[in-house]
Structure formats: C-alpha cells, structure tokens
Design a protein around this ligand. Structure first.
Ligand code: MN
Length: 197
C-alpha cells in the first residue's frame, strides 16, 4: 500500500508564488490520483508490500508495467517535489550544496540559468532536476513521470513543469513559474539533506 503524505505546509503557505488553488488540485487531485491508481495496480500482486522506491525501480525495468511505473514514479516525484519547496525559501544555495554549486557552475546565477533553461526547454510535461551523478552535480530534465532514480542518479532537487503545476497561476508562462520557485521557494535545507544518500 502506497501512502498519500500530507503537504509539509498549509495549502496557502506558498502564495503568491504558488496559489492555494493550485495546491488544492495539484496535491489533492493529481497527486492523490497517482497514489490511488498505483495502489489499484499493485493490489494483490507481489509488489503490494514493497517500498515505493522499490516499486518504481522494478516497474521501470519491466515493459509490461508502464502504467504502474507512470503512476508510482509520479507519486515518488510529488512526495519529493513538495519537500523541495518551503514558505520563505529560495535565494542563493546554502551549505555544502551551495559550495558544490559554486565549484561546479562558478556562481549561483549561472546555476539558476541552467536550472531554469532545463525546465523551460523540457518539451511537454516533466521536471527539471539537480542531481548527483557519480559524485558530480548536474542539472537534468526528464519527461512525464521519468526520474533520475531509475538512471542511477541521486535526485537533490526537483521542479515540476507539468502544466498542472502552474497553469492556474501563470497560464502559458512556464518561465515565470520557474523564476518564482527559484527565487521564493527552494528549500535548501532539504536539498542539503539529500547529499550523501
Ligand atoms: Mn505535478
């Protein structure tokens, strides 16, 4: 049974960057639907009592489990994404991640440019990520439910660029959504906590 975690903050806590109405639908409808659908698929199967991460990884390697992968990975991605945000977040990267970002990109500004470009240039639905890949920080993007876990990378930060993440607040202006998340919401304490995983 895959759980449906509460948001780690009230629905209006990320305003005005992300509205309560967006979170009402994004968490309460989209995320919940992925949980319910994944649970329907695993019910009564050998995956029923596995961890979410195990389910995602096993489904990724099985062409007969595409629907399960799409729904379970979307649950994982959203569980992760909510934790990447916080009220009063954003600003320059802090801690060990901040030092690694400066060493890799030369400046926070250059890193943010790459991160924003990854989100803007993802054609259709997906995510922009900061990942650890063989000890190196990289900015990547994935389509639909795909995520770095199944490519042997450690996800450190995700930004959801599905239209459901921003359309109520920004309509077609995905770049504005990315800027708001980067400037106002990134939870650098959480991103730092992911190092060493
Ligand atoms: Mn989403």
């Amino acid at each position: 049974m895959i759980g449906f975690p509460d948001l780690p903050y009230p629905k209006n806590a990320l305003e005005p960057a992300i509205s309560a109405r967006t979170l009402e639908f994004h968490h309460g409808k989209h995320h919940k639907k992925y949980v319910d659908t994944a649970n329907q698929i695993i019910q009564g199967t050998e995956l029923e009592n596995e961890s979410l991460e195990t389910i995602v990884k096993k489904a990724a390697g099985d062409p007969g489990k595409t629907a399960l992968f799409n729904n379970a990975a979307q649950v994982w991605n959203h569980n992760f994404y909510w934790q990447c945000l916080k009220p009063g977040g954003g600003g320059d990267p802090t801690g060990e991640v901040g030092a690694k970002i400066n060493a890799t990109w030369g400046s926070a500004a250059k890193f943010f440019e790459d991160l924003k470009n990854a989100g803007v240039s993802q054609f259709g639905s997906g995510y922009a990520w900061l990942v650890l890949d063989k000890g190196e920080l990289k900015v990547t993007k994935t389509g639909n439910a795909d995520n770095p876990l199944v490519h042997g990378q450690t996800p450190l930060l995700a930004i959801d660029v599905w239209e459901h993440a921003y359309y109520l607040d920004y309509q077609n202006l995905r770049p504005d959504h990315l800027s708001a998340v980067i400037e106002k919401l990134i939870n650098w304490d959480f991103v730092n906590s992911r190092l060493g995983r």
